[in-house]
Design a protein around this ligand. Structure first.
Ligand code: SAM
Length: 283
């Protein structure tokens, strides 16, 4: 990802946007050129140009020079799987307290969209272990991470997670696999007590399966939610929602693994020694 800077330099990841919003992402490399639908741009001509500048192809077509955001990179990622989109990514990061220095495990790597966000968030001090059982998917995820310069923060592991994770006492663990409820034993062995568990599933019956498994494995502070994002037409005199909206991506489930303990013996005071459950049923 790009460091904070004002001018484009060789080695920077750049985003070129045409007047019709067609986007190009690439690393600025001496002697290379970008072929757009409307002419050619030489990489050399972009060096020392301020981010946000309007630039022109060799036939005079206007484009903008920008630093790509994490959301841009995720939206544009080369994919062979369903990916986790920026609207969920942001909420996952803040809910699971993933930031500089965090040790995170995830499965499956898929196309590496969430891996990109995790690697970006944990910084140089943190570590991401990303498990995937299909070699073709792992290769794609690894390639996508290399492309944005974040692969050195990630250990890619080719494995079916039913065989377990190598790590112990990690801060956060996220599952984006079809049957997360099958892997609670493996999750508990790897995630530190009190750490953050998260998962995304597309259907409510998968959520129910996962909730039952979380209960069996002593997770508490369980939350289920979905994130709906509505864009507006950014026209001051006709401000209203855009006509189309993505109605469904997935359900997010979050929980914390706990270490239940017997309560101190209160028989002398006449109080019940029944342990209180962390799971309350509303209705
Ligand atoms: N989170 C990814 C992203 O944002 O690009 C997408 C993950 S994709 C929906 C699900 C991936 O999980 C697939 O690549 C699949 O091969 C992998 N997978 C499914 N079951 C698995 C298992 N038991 N162990 C490891 N990987 C698994």
């Amino acid at each position: 990802m790009n460091p904070s800077s004002t001018y484009a330099k060789f080695g920077d990841l750049v985003q070129i946007v045409s007047s019709t919003n067609k986007m190009y992402f690439f690393r600025l490399t001496p002697g290379m050129q970008l072929q757009t639908h409307r002419g050619v741009i030489q990489h050399d001509d972009l060096v020392d140009i301020s981010w946000g500048s309007q630039i022109y192809t060799h036939i005079g077509s206007p484009h903008y020079l920008l630093q790509p955001s994490l959301a841009d990179l995720i939206n544009e990622i080369k994919r062979n799987t369903q990916i986790i989109y920026p609207k969920e990514v942001g909420f996952i990061l803040v809910t699971m307290n993933i930031g500089p220095g965090t040790q995170v495990v995830e499965a499956g790597s898929g196309s590496g969209a969430l891996t990109t966000a995790l690697a970006w968030a944990v910084g140089e001090e943190g570590r991401v272990s990303s498990y995937e059982m299909r070699a073709d998917m792992q290769n794609l995820a690894e390639k996508n991470l290399k492309r944005v310069g974040l692969s050195d923060r990630v250990d890619f592991k080719l494995r079916d997670i039913s065989e377990g994770f190598d790590e112990r006492n990690v801060d956060a663990l996220f599952l984006d696999v079809p049957t997360p409820h099958h892997y609670m034993e493996q999750v508990r062995a790897t995630l530190k007590p009190g750490g953050y568990f998260g998962s995304i599933v597309p259907t409510t019956n998968q959520v129910s399966d996962l909730l039952m498994a979380l209960h069996r494995y002593d997770f508490a502070f369980v939350d289920v939610c979905e994130i709906l994002l509505r864009y507006y037409k950014a026209v001051p005199t006709r401000l209203r929602p855009t006509d189309r909206m993505v109605a469904h991506t997935g359900y997010l489930v979050f929980a914390r693994p706990m270490l239940p303990a017997e309560p101190p013996n209160k028989n002398d005071s006449g109080t019940s020694s029944e342990p209180e459950t962390a799971f309350e049923e509303d209705d």
